[in-house]
Design a protein around this ligand. Sequence first.
Ligand code: ATP
Ligand code: MG
Length: 572
Amino acid sequence: MTTAESTSPESTPEASPRDFIRTIIAEERAAGRHPDGVVTRFPPEPNGYLHIGHAKSICLNFGIASENTPGRCHLRFDDTNPTKEDVEYEAAIEEDIRWLGFDWGTHLHYASEYFDRLYEDACELIRRGKAYVDSLSAEEIRDYRGTLKEPGRNSPHRDRTVEENLDLFARMRAGEFPDGAHVLRAKIDMASPNMNMRDPALYRIRRVPHHRTGDAWPIYPMYDYAHCLSDAYEGITHSLCTLEFEDHRPLYDWILDELQTPTHPRQIEFARLNVSYTVTSKRKLLALVEEGHVSGWDDPRMNTIRGLRRRGFTPASVRRFCERIGVAKRDGVVDWALLEHTLREELNVTAPRMMGVLRPLKVVIENYPEDQSEELEAINNPEDPAAGTRMVPFGRELYIEQGDFMEDPPRKFFRLGPGREVRLRYAYFITCERVIKNDAGAVVELRCTYDPATRGGSAPDGRKVKGTLHWVAADAALPAEVRLYDRLFTEENPGGGGRDFRDAINPDSLEVISDARVEPALGDARAGVAYQFERLGYFCLDAVDASPEHLVFNRTVTLRDSWAKHAKGGAK
Ligand code: ATP
Ligand code: MG
């Protein structure tokens, strides 16, 4: 689709818009508004890495822009707070958005690039009698502000003349005053029931360098002031933000109205994404990193975009998840299991199957000739015939999973036990003849026999076996480290009920298996590619710690939701 007409609401025989924001926009467009397209923005503060909550906002903003040709979505760094921000975060945020599959084209912006313009507009507000310099201390300002029940009081400096205000503001800008000596405030209404409208601060003095503008500015605009104007300067049509900004909307509109900006973006609020068993707060994620509960922002247990990527999540699965959870006006909690479910659906279709043994138990096939080995054909992906087959080496000595053998198995255990016959996937039927134990009585090796007539995994005489096991050939298999992850928190709402979220950290969220064995084809595994280890789950090569000499695989998800019973009855 290349022309604007082909995607206009009238000509697209699409179902009705899938959320209330898209409905609003469709109605506006049907009424002939936004002839130049819909312009949205994603405005991260570069003070941390993006997490799954941000992904919702990214998918929404970039999604809506791409659905409303010729729409566009800007990436704007909201870098108005010089003390916590960094270019390191900026580069990472750009990389993460690209990885998710979105592109801002030439529209990369910084609130700091508008510092001159914002300053000029602040002077204009002063000239219009809509802003004043206040010299009360922070404490006094708080005191004068009143409470939800009581109106605030006017500052004694509220009636300074325009000249006096312009002079003081210019001197604030020139760096004549220490931090906290003055603030520039909007002159609105100290009795407003909305606390945000009680003469909010627009500028404060902060004599600290900024990572982009250096020492140029000793004063910095407040978020509420910079944000609406940045939106207007960029011609944003819809400023989509989370619910906590609902009470700030009157201020957003007030500033734009008082300055009579050429365009007036519409702010629409939606519910934040909260995901069970995780925290979606940059402050808490930072604490996890700094206090060493995880190995870094990209620890595969983190719900950061880079953590998810390293864990093996795909961009498509994250986008699909965001589509599924929808966009609502009321806060809710989405179950982490839905994200995993969405990924499984995709990987079930796309991931090549491989064999790996996490906890190896040696099997010697006594009637298999000592000097013989062979290659057996294995299906790469039963869901995708085009994926073809591969050859897997087989020999006299193999490894199977320790858990697939029991010396004294209960009736329902269909795997291997003394005297029992099972199928080795794509290979032969084997029967366990003898068990070899060490001095401590632990099983260290199984002596088995195989039936050469069952090559490929079926018996010509039609006899059946109940169990099919995965395996690797002892000689040919590659040693590997495997990292099994579980949820980082044991509670749905870590830190709920006023407790410390750290108390809910799952002490067993990482299990490292250092002596697994995987089939040789996995020696060519590439980071970012998912494999299904048969019967075990989906895995990927770790992008950070793996090398050709030392394979490291992350378990991305199990094959089934082991938490399903917990998830039931929880939020959808
Ligand atoms: P945090 O509270 O973790 O510090 P933030 O909202 O301050 O997050 P920003 O960098 O300001 O982080 O966020 C950029 C954009 O992403 C904002 O528009 C914000 O509303 C949105 N966003 C942040 N967290 C979520 C979330 N959990 N769900 C949906 N959108 C979110
Ligand atoms: Mg924010």
